[in-house]
Design a protein around this ligand. Structure first.
Ligand code: G3P
Ligand code: MG
Length: 239
């Protein structure tokens, strides 16, 4: 359970280039102690922190992660698209990012992406290995994914870890999925959440987090509905 209800989405994606170490430094300066990042697999099996399955939106490179090695993307500039101030930013490996966040004592929502070309096993095995190398504060870690298979595999390996199921909209079978995963939280697109759904999730005992909220009035309405925390690209909006 997060404390102050704000989670920096991709590390304050409106204020710094998303999913970079620079964004995490800024998040820390803003006094926000929970971040959400996206873990993604490169073709050679390296886990990186990067939202998309292809490079063009966020870097000066092109191509799909699945077809590349980490060495092919390590020198790409992922900051200049945001501003020249961040031109030194590179795609962090998951190892680098976890080590940084752990050293700064962040709380972390690690979202695991699976674009269709990789199996759940191919992603879960290196994720568990990276966490074993770099993370110790498991009370400050929530692992989430849109991909229930990934969460199921992690649960098989780690009975105690905090897992959150991500959906855009809450499906009819949400409770059986959450129970089968022994999830602690449900993560949803705020724009598709109804008051009745929020009430049902909270009554069933789950923490409820919603993405991506960048307006104070919307945040207040969601908190009034019982939402426990919001993913935001700009925590400074919420005073
Ligand atoms: O984890 C919440 C949110 O980040 C899910 O959507 O596309 O921003 O990763 P996306
Ligand atoms: Mg995400």
């Amino acid at each position: 359970m997060i404390a102050n209800r704000l989670i920096a989405h991709r590390g304050c994606a409106h204020l710094a280039p998303e999913n970079t170490l620079g964004a995490m430094r800024l998040t820390q300066q803003l006094g926000i102690d929970w971040v959400e990042i996206d873990a993604n697999l490169v073709g050679d099996g390296t886990l990186v922190v990067f939202h998309d399955d292809e490079l063009s939106r966020l870097s000066n490179g092109q191509g799909q992660l699945k077809s590349l090695r980490y060495a092919d993307i390590a020198d790409l500039d992922v900051g200049s698209h945001f501003s020249a101030e961040y031109s030194a930013e590179r795609i962090p490996t998951l190892d680098e990012m976890l080590a940084f966040l752990a050293a700064q004592q962040f709380g972390l929502n690690l979202e695991i992406k699976r674009y269709e070309h990789f199996s759940a096993e191919q992603i879960v095995e290196p994720t568990l290995a990276s966490l074993a190398r770099n993370w110790q504060a498991f009370d400050r870690l929530i692992i989430s994914s849109f991909d229930t298979e990934i969460l199921r595999l992690i649960r098989q390996h780690q009975p105690e870890w905090q897992l959150g199921q991500l959906w855009e909209a809450l499906p009819d079978n949400w409770q059986s999925v959450a129970e089968s995963l022994q999830a602690v939280s449900i993560h949803l697109d705020h724009s598709q959440l109804t008051a009745e759904q929020a009430k049902a999730v909270k009554q069933a005992g789950y923490d409820l987090y919603v993405y991506t909220v960048n307006h104070p009035a919307t945040a207040q309405r969601l908190f009034d509905m019982g939402v426990d925390g919001i993913f935001t690209d700009n925590p400074t909006l919420f005073g």
